[in-house]
Design a binder for this molecule. Structure first.
Ligand SMILES: Cc1cc2nc3c(=O)[nH]c(=O)nc-3n(C[C@H](O)[C@H](O)[C@H](O)COP(=O)(O)O)c2cc1C
Length: 173
């Protein structure tokens, strides 16, 4: 699958099959996640791979009961290390670390798409509860998560709506 095909096929999928994901595929998706750009090449995050059903269920509850999350066999959570992010001061903590996670998440989701897997970026969750579920050490902030798995959802592969009105040549006129 070429890059443009992969980008246009990636959709947020909110229905997952109980089918397990082979470890080689999970490893490839994680490898892609770590190939993302990062300010100063610091990658100030930990990528937590959650497969325990009980923990996944609790994460879904902490994510405003978005129950589709608990259908997936895997949930991937990004935790930012505030200490590592502070290498670039306030800007590193407040901005770069979040951008770094975004870049890595997108790589991860595109790699998943190219391997026939589905994801859905989830940002609506109670950070403290997710940190507790994962026993995150002090100084780690839960920033983003996604379920990862197979889906037979009709949403898979549907082309996105046209969004060209968001592009401003030369800025606001
Ligand atoms: C920062 C961020 C947070 C999001 N949080 C959620 C979420 O909590 N639950 C959810 O179902 N989708 C969430 N989404 C997915 C968006 O709803 C989705 O990307 C958007 O509707 C466009 O659909 P598409 O991903 O299929 O192109 C989030 C996306 C982003 C980038």
């Amino acid at each position: 699958m070429d890059a443009f095909e992969c980008i246009s096929k990636r959709r947020s999928v909110r229905s997952f099959l109980k089918k397990p994901v082979p470890k080689e595929l999970v490893d490839k998706v994680l490898e892609a996640a770590l190939m993302a750009p990062s300010a100063g090449d610091i990658h100030p995050y930990r990528i937590v791979v959650v497969t325990d059903e009980g923990k996944i269920r609790r994460i879904a509850e902490a994510a405003l009961n978005q129950t589709f999350i608990s259908q997936a066999p895997i949930v991937i959570v990004y935790l930012v290390s505030l200490e590592e992010a502070s290498a670039y001061g306030k800007r590193g903590v407040e901005l770069y670390s979040i951008l770094d996670v975004g870049a890595s998440m997108e790589n991860l989701m595109l790699a998943a798409t190219s391997l026939g897997l589905s994801t859905c970026w989830v940002g609506a969750f109670d950070e403290r509860r997710v940190e507790e579920i994962l026993n995150a050490p002090k100084g780690y902030r839960a920033v983003s998560l996604t379920p990862l798995g197979y889906s037979d959802s009709a949403a898979r592969g549907r082309p996105p709506p046209a969004r060209s009105m968001k592009i401003l040549y030369e800025g606001f006129q």
